[in-house]
Design a protein around this ligand. Structure first.
Ligand code: NAP
Length: 491
């Protein structure tokens, strides 16, 4: 029988912050490990994280559905090889129900302050203190604080304007003149979805993107029946996709000279050469940097969409926004009814704006004064018993963040067990371990494709990729077992 308590029969209490993919996972895994005293704090009134917040037309996950599911909860019902956002949201809602997680979620509770005092974490919302726990798991996501562009006049636009992650579904799109700023994964999905619904679509491109063509067939009823009747088929498929993903993509991007990287580049180049007919448009769409230097955009239909007669790729730089539309540097005013900011996210925020104070009242703002850092993306020196899922410097981008979070959570449970088994009361990575990790990842980052000459959200303020710069196998190995020598264990 599993112990539910720490040494001496004490009951360990946990707070999970965020009820998205990794928050729900944390709850399931804590209970599986025998810990049932926890609360999940969720600022919104619904779970789902990124899938709750991003509801833009055309949203789908470009990680294959059977890999973008919990390993322990395969879903035979995925409609497509790459499923739409609403289906993924429904999957997480079902997971929370199936695993009895819902009752642990405190909706509408935004944690604003966490302080480590007298051996425990004291949590508060704007309304005051709300909990006192032994461990905090920050499952607050990465790509969730919208980045608003600094474009003069945005606030003067007199029609509808919103960020892609704050889509206003009350705004009609049919027969409207729609403008989209940005050419990342989001903008590309929105463009392909809207082109046949709107009167005109102006895509404001600051930087061209390489596009990896990827068809997205629906699963047939007979395939789904097979998955239902023989779940082992899903497991096999998942393993196969996981290996393919790691070998052909995850390992490729961290070795800019690898043959797999060359194959990705050639596939993207062929996609452009073969599928964009007009030579002028083709050159406008041709990036001047290597494929996957920016987060690779995956789309089966973007090039078709942008070549339609009601689409315009606007490459003249944006000068300003005016009440009636967007003025570009060539002097043209692009009159619009709807302007969508598909301008991405502030990726350096993580659990902020939570005010976090560790040992000796050290603030996270001080610890991260230069930039966010965490040992193996999980633990911050002087912030004991506080662990992050999908924290800084982990594998983000074209990976299944679910696979990443599951590996991290298994590692975190092993850290928690140090307390349960009486080896310490608190633990966090040592400063030395963090510095060594940071030095090693900074060095390794030089061989990645992310440093080959482009602007991207992978790069920190020094131009060094903040993402995990090694292979996915290396990540798996690192997550297998904590090296306790890297931690300060406090009795
Ligand atoms: P993004 O990749 O950061 O792209 C933002 C776009 O906005 C870029 O094209 C950028 O241009 C442009 N931009 C920003 N500020 C601008 C300005 N002032 N003027 C003109 N253009 C400006 O954001 P995203 O497309 O939302 O995607 C973010 C990440 O979310 C993706 O990389 C991916 O990891 C994830 N995502 C995943 C999926 C999926 O299917 N799994 C779908 C959507 C998003 P520059 O390139 O010149 O900077």
């Amino acid at each position: 029988m599993k112990m539910t308590n720490g040494e001496g029969g004490e009951k360990l209490r946990f707070a999970i912050i965020g009820a998205g993919m990794s928050g729900i996972l944390s709850a399931i895994k804590l209970r599986e490990a025998g810990f049932d005293d926890f609360a999940i704090y969720e600022k919104a009134s619904r779970l789902g994280g990124t899938w709750r917040e991003n509801t833009y037309p055309g949203i789908a996950c470009d990680v294959p559905s059977h890999l973008y599911s919990y390993s322990f909860a395969p879903n035979p019902e995925w409609s497509h090889h790459f499923s739409p956002g609403a289906e993924i949201q429904a999957y997480f809602e079902k997971m929370a129900r199936d695993y009895d997680v819902e009752d642990f979620i405190r909706f509408g509770s935004e944690i604003t302050r966490c302080q480590f005092r007298e051996g425990r974490w004291h949590l508060a919302t704007d309304e005051g203190p709300c909990d006192e726990v032994d461990f905090v798991i920050a499952a607050t996501g990465v790509l969730h604080h919208p980045s608003y562009p600094d474009i003069e006049g945005l606030d003067r636009f007199e029609r509808s304007l919103f960020h892609s992650a704050r889509w206003d579904h009350d705004v009609a799109l049919e027969n409207q003149r729609v403008g989209i700023i940005g050419t990342g994964s989001t903008a590309v999905q929105v463009t392909a979805e809207l082109i046949d619904r709107v009167k005109s679509l102006s895509l404001f491109q600051r930087t061209a993107q390489w596009i990896m063509p990827q068809e997205n067939p629906a699963y047939t009823e007979s395939e789904k029946r097979d998955f239902r009747e023989k779940p082992e088929q899903i497991y096999r498929l998942r393993d196969d996709i996981s290996v393919l993903f790691a070998q052909n993509f995850a390992n490729a991007v961290v070795d800019a000279d690898s043959p797999q990287m060359k194959l990705i580049e050639e596939t993207c180049r062929q996609n452009l050469e073969l599928n964009v007919k007009d030579p002028v448009l083709r050159e406008q769409l041709r990036p001047n940097y290597r494929a996957a230097c920016k987060r690779l955009v995956i789309s089966p239909d973007f090039y078709q969409a942008i070549q339609k007669s009601n689409a315009e790729l606007v490459t003249s730089e944006i000068a300003n926004v005016e009440p009636k539309g967007v003025r570009t540097q060539d002097g043209r005013l692009h009159e619009l009814d709807v302007l969508v900011l598909a301008t991405g996210f502030r990726v350096d925020r993580f659990m902020r704006p939570i005010q976090l104070f560790g040992i000796g009242n050290k603030s996270l703002e001080d610890a991260w004064a230069e930039r966010p850092a965490a040992y193996l993306s999980i633990s911050i020196p002087d912030f004991p018993n506080f662990f992050m899922l999908n924290g800084p410097n982990g594998p983000v981008g074209n990976f299944s963040l679910i696979e990443v979070a599951e590996l991290q959570m298994a590692y975190i449970i092993q850290l928690v067990n140090q307390r349960r088994e009486g080896r310490c009361r608190y633990l966090c990575a040592s400063q030395e371990a963090l510095e060594n990790f940071d030095a090693a990842r900074t060095k390794a980052a030089k061989s990645t494709v992310w440093t080959t000459g482009c602007r991207s959200w992978y790069l920190d303020d020094r131009g060094i990729p903040a993402a995990w710069p090694w292979t996915f196998d290396h990540f798996r190995e690192a997550m297998e077992r904590p090296d306790l020598a890297a931690f300060d264990l406090i009795a």
